[in-house]
Design a binder for this molecule. Structure first.
Ligand SMILES: Cc1cc2nc3c(=O)[nH]c(=O)nc-3n(C[C@H](O)[C@H](O)[C@H](O)COP(=O)(O)OP(=O)(O)OC[C@H]3O[C@@H](n4cnc5c(N)ncnc54)[C@H](O)[C@@H]3O)c2cc1C
Length: 474
């Protein structure tokens, strides 16, 4: 075995989970030999051509928005949720207090690398009371969550500093390389343990500890590895819905007082859980591309005034839990997104709420009749009822009417609904409190393991897994 290919820890994926894991390992034990293998580019080479191409997606492979150093974090809106109630299941695994403490610690690291010190959503108790009262009237639950907003390009700078810091500390990073297989061997008794990874280029790297931190981008691949090696996993929830876009005026009261209004509804017809997610004031709706060219919708906001729009976007997501014998929720979400792509030539479908509720296809003319100019320029006017099951259509419509009671104007005919937004974090790996899988030495963290679904919890997950690997107190 070539010693130069041997490491103490190999981390698959350089998203916030993987990066914070490497950071903490080096902080606690500087002499550790650590390798990160990342399918995308180093951060300074991550350029999305949409910026210089009139907003048109060129379907780069791999996508610069979701892969490369800092993963889906680099071009995210950079909203750090400072409450354990938001962004993942760490409280279920570690307990609420421990999850809170870890979130504070990972937040301190963001501050160390230059995050804005302002925290939104804590300084206006009177306004929050009023919003909660309106929410109660509409049967909505308001989840309070302080937010630290990095902003897309500020977040990029923070992660760039972090990448350079890790390189200076001696963390090795291989970019533009996907891990094809986790290497697992058996001892004389037949017991399995991890021993390294093999890349798509055929290179092998060895380590007694491997951390899979592959994000949503790598969730399918990780699921495939679970099937191949009998690693325990369970089907989770699939979140599916639309990205809503309105004029800033409609959301101004919520945006000014909460920054991000997190509202949860149990719909009257089906009693399904529907929530708002990822609000971007003055933001842009964005296309997110997955392997195979699947286009799904997302949104972001830049902190610089020069990129600000007059619109706010946020997601409405319906949470679906499935029971036996169904076990492929990711495939379910993918099929619905594929249907939408099929109807729109591989692009994102958009419909205004007036047409949505009247059951007709939107047209270019009806889309721009009123006050709202769509920010996703290559979206195709269409009919979401040809894409979503009836149940999801009803859930979305009922949620929009409920939200209209909290922030009037949401149920206006001009409101835009972009589809499909789907969250591929649904397959949950079965992990211990140490985040070790059923294969000793193999750890799984972050969005790809179905444990987190946000920057702050993914980062905190990186910290805690590093401590588990080193056997130190959380
Ligand atoms: C447009 C957008 C906006 C968002 N906005 C916010 C926000 O404002 N606030 C928030 O909290 N969250 C936001 N998110 C979600 C947030 O980015 C993720 O929750 C977070 O990045 C998850 O971190 P992670 O480390 O688990 O995975 P990721 O960040 O997805 O990183 C995983 C990395 O693994 C790599 N990888 C995958 N498979 C392999 C493989 N086989 N071999 C090698 N490398 C591999 C990928 O290339 C990727 O770089 C946003 C996401 C997107 C896409």
């Amino acid at each position: 075995m070539d010693r130069k290919n041997c490491y103490d820890v190999i981390i698959i994926g350089a998203g916030p989970g993987g990066a914070f894991c490497a950071y903490e390992l080096k902080e606690k034990q500087p002499d550790l030999k650590i390798l990160i293998i990342e399918k995308g580019r180093s951060i300074e080479k991550r350029v999305c051509p949409k910026r210089t191409n009139g907003g048109k997606c060129l379907h780069c492979k791999p996508c610069s928005i979701t892969t490369g150093f800092s993963g889906a974090g680099a071009f995210s809106d950079g909203k750090l949720s400072l409450s354990p109630d938001v962004g993942g299941n760490l409280p279920d695994i570690l307990g609420y207090d421990e999850a809170s403490r870890l979130i504070r610690e990972s937040d301190d690291i963001y501050l160390k690398f230059g995050a804005d010190t302002h925290v939104w959503g804590v300084d206006k108790p009177e306004a929050i009371r009023e919003i909660r009262t309106r929410a109660i009237v509409a049967n909505l639950k308001l989840v309070e969550c302080p937010i630290r907003h990095l902003g897309t390009e500020k977040g990029y700078e923070i992660y760039e500093r972090m990448q350079n810091y890790l390189l200076e500390k001696g963390v090795e990073m291989i970019f533009n390389t996907s891990v094809a297989d986790i290497l697992i061997e058996s001892d004389g008794t037949g017991a399995q343990h991890v021993c390294g990874v093999k890349t798509e280029k055929g290179d092998t790297y060895y380590a007694p500890k491997v951390v899979a931190a592959v994000g949503r981008e790598g969730a399918d691949w990780l699921h495939g590895q679970c099937e191949k090696f009998g690693i325990d996993s369970v089907p989770g929830t699939v979140d599916i819905g639309v990205r809503v876009e309105v004029r800033d005026e409609v959301m101004q009261y919520l945006n000014d007082n909460l920054y991000e209004a997190k509202l949860i509804y149990h719909t009257p017809t089906f009693d399904d859980k529907v929530r708002t997610f990822c609000t971007n004031p003055h933001g842009e709706v964005a296309t997110e591309l997955y392997d195979g060219g699947l286009a799904v919708v997302n949104g972001h906001a830049y902190s610089g005034a020069e990129y600000a729009t007059h619109n706010t976007n946020f997601a409405i997501l319906v949470s679906k839990n499935f029971t036996k014998p169904f076990k492929t929720p990711i495939e379910y979400g993918r099929k619905i997104a594929e249907l939408s792509n099929m109807l729109c030539g591989g692009r994102i479908l958009v419909q205004n709420f007036g047409d949505f509720k009247r059951g007709r296809r939107s047209t270019e003319e009806r889309m721009c009749r009123n006050n709202l100019i769509p920010t996703l320029k290559d979206a195709v006017p269409g009919d979401l009822s040809l894409v979503f099951p009836h149940r999801i259509m009803v859930d979305i419509e009922e949620m929009i009417y409920a939200l209209d009671k909290v922030t009037p104007g949401i149920a206006s005919d001009e409101t835009l609904l972009y589809g499909v937004e789907v969250k591929f974090y649904s397959n949950k790996l079965v992990v211990s409190k140490e985040f070790e899988t059923s294969v000793p030495g193999l750890y799984a963290i972050g969005d790809g393991a179905g444990i987190t679904r946000g920057l702050q919890q993914a980062s905190a997950n990186g910290l805690v897994v590093a401590r588990s690997i080193l056997g130190v107190e959380h």
